[in-house]
Design a protein around this ligand. Structure first.
Ligand SMILES: [Zn+2]
Length: 421
């Protein structure tokens, strides 16, 4: 039995006396002078969370997304910049993939609460959370501070609050897709267009451009608030999602499956890292050789992701959606294309429909070429809508070279052997 709306008050009531969203949520959207999409109002029906759209709205939607661009969290010339989310939103508008053009099929959930400290502390040490909050004074004085040397990961005066907003967006989408799945066989896919990203943030602190583990926090939230015991996380960012990996390494109820480029940052995620203790076997790491592209990922999906998910029988699928595996991305050297991301979005949607009532939320992670990032997210929206891909308008086959198919095949065979697939 799923509980949703009434239980939400537990979280929502804990951070503020007001049930409507606070000023800083609005300030997060200042980059846009006009509102896009459907505004979900703060009307308080008895016993109903103001953060979950009505059943009618959810019934008609095919995509529901949140925008949390963290405009104050920015360092000049850093690839993880405040231009990223607005670039995606502009592309969605330009390609007529917002509710302004699509009516109720596409819904923007604008009214959501920041995550509470308790939500964050379900994954991260409280000392880290309070330490980061305190560090905001120093960040205010200095403009920018560095909170982790390996990214490097920076913080500004607004980083703490904007990171709570990013995590809150993700968990609000979990609320919405869970409610939608109670009234429809075909609930909308959630997409959290958020930053800072999360999958490198480890339980004890920030790492690799990431502040709070948004997807991990949402996984714990889905378990705690909605009683969704088994969570399947797919991470197709080009880098290993080490933070998510670490958070659930001993946990048999949260399956973490990561594909990433072998040898890339942060160097973890070897094929023999499969979980520990009772969690042994519910972590799958598949490092792919540089140059792997569309053919590799399609094969991985069919031969690894599908059988893993079928065997695990999840209650919800969460996705760390990084777009830095794109051939045009500056930070890595895989050869994914817009078409690869369409295929992933379409197949993951179908997988969620087959296995867990369609409950599925995507979380933005990496992706640093603003064009390939935006086009890939837009084509993912088309996949969710069940519309044809427009990838051929964006992808240039002339820039692709031959995939290292023998090495890819070997990696897939090895991971299938290790995990008995
Ligand atoms: Zn990445």
């Amino acid at each position: 039995m799923l509980h949703t709306v009434s239980n939400n008050h537990h979280r929502l009531g804990s951070y503020t006396g007001s049930r409507c969203f606070r000023k800083h949520v609005r300030s997060g959207r200042r980059y846009s002078s006009k509102s896009i999409g459907t505004f979900i109002s703060c009307s308080n029906g008895a016993g109903k969370s103001p953060y979950v759209p009505s059943g009618t709205q959810l019934n008609e939607a095919k995509v529901i997304y949140c925008v949390a661009p963290a405009m104050g969290h920015n360092q000049e010339s850093h690839p993880e910049s405040h231009f990223r989310v607005p670039a995606i939103v502009s592309a969605l508008e330009k390609m007529e993939l917002t509710s302004k053009f699509r009516g109720s099929e596409i819904m923007e959930l604008q009214n959501f609460a920041p995550a509470s400290v308790d939500d964050i502390a379900s994954v991260h040490a409280r000392a880290y959370v309070s330490g980061l909050e305190k560090a905001m004074d120093q960040a205010s004085e200095q403009g920018i501070i560095f909170i982790d040397g390996t990214g490097p990961t920076y913080a500004t005066a607004t980083t703490f609050q904007e990171s709570l907003i990013a995590s809150g967006a993700g968990i609000s989408l979990v609320d919405s897709v869970v409610v939608a799945s109670q009234i429809s066989q075909d609930p909308p896919i959630g997409f959290a267009l958020i930053r800072p990203p999360g999958h490198h943030a480890v339980p004890k602190g920030p790492m690799g451009f990431c502040v709070f583990g948004n997807v991990a926090i949402a996984a714990r939230y889905a378990q705690r608030i909605h009683g969704l015991k088994r969570v399947f996380i797919i991470d197709f960012d080009v880098h290993h999602g080490n933070g998510t990996n670490d958070a659930f390494y001993n946990d048999p109820d949260i399956y973490f499956l990561s594909t990433h480029q072998a040898g890339s940052y942060p160097g973890t995620g070897k094929i023999d890292e499969i979980g520990h203790g009772t969690g042994e076997g519910t972590t799958l790491n598949l490092p792919l050789p540089g140059g792997s592209g569309d053919v590799a990922m399609q094969t991985v999906f069919d031969e690894v992701i599908v059988p893993c998910a079928q065997r695990f029988k999840p209650d919800i699928i969460l996705v760390s959606a990084g777009y830095d595996g794109h051939v045009l991305d500056p930070l890595a050297s895989l050869q994914f294309t817009t078409a690869t991301y369409y295929m992933l979005a379409s197949n993951i949607k179908q997988l969620a429909k087959d296995l867990c009532g369609g409950r599925c939320v995507f979380f933005l992670e990496g992706g640093y070429n603003l064009n390939s990032l935006s086009n890939s997210v837009a084509d993912s929206f088309r996949a969710f809508l069940g519309e044809p891909s427009l990838a051929s308008e964006f992808d240039d086959p002339a820039i692709l070279y031959e995939e290292p198919s023998t090495k890819v095949k070997q990696a897939i065979q090895r991971v299938k052997y290790i995990h008995s697939l």
